[in-house]
Design a protein around this ligand. Sequence first.
Ligand code: IDP
Ligand code: MG
Length: 151
Amino acid sequence: MSNIEKTLAIIKPDAVAGGFAGKIISTIEEHGVRIAAMKMVQLSTDDARRFYAVHVGKSFYEGLIDFMAGGPCIVLVLEGENVLERWRTLMGPTDPQNAPAESIRHRFGTDVRHNATHGSDSSEAALLEIAFFFSGLELPLPSIHPKESSH
Ligand code: IDP
Ligand code: MG
C-alpha cells in the first residue's frame, strides 16, 4: 500500500544565516523528496511561542523561542511515501553530536538547540504545522499521477 504523506520542514535561523539553505534543499531533492510548497518567514516571538506550544514549561523553551525568532527561517511542505519518517531520518536526532555523519543535523547543526532543521513528529502534528504556515491558496494540489488518471 502506498502511503503518500505531507510533513512540515523548517530550515531554522542558524542554517539560513550560515548559508546552508541551498545545500539542505539540494539534499531533500537528491533523496527524491518532493517540495510541495516553500517560503521564507520571520517568526515573531509570539509566532514561535505558538508554534512550539507543545514544549511550554520545558527548560529549553525560552531559549528555543529566542532562537527561532532570531532570524528568518525557510518553511517547506515535503510530500512523498513515508515522508515523515524519511525526513526525520535525513535530519538525524535532535542533538547534532548524536547524529550520523551524513545527516543534516550533523552536517549543518551546532548544538542541541541550534540544530539546523525541524520536522513534524506525527501526521497529526504535520497537519497542524502545515496549516500554521500555509493557507490553502499556497498549497498546490497533490501531484497528478497520470497512470491513475480516469480519462
Ligand atoms: P526535535 O526537533 O528533534 O523534534 P524536540 O524535542 O521536539 O526535538 O525539541 C524541539 C527543538 O527544541 C529542538 O529541535 C531543539 O532546537 C530544541 N531543543 C530540544 N531539546 C533541547 C535541549 O535540551 N536544549 C536546548 N534546546 C533543545
Ligand atoms: Mg519535535
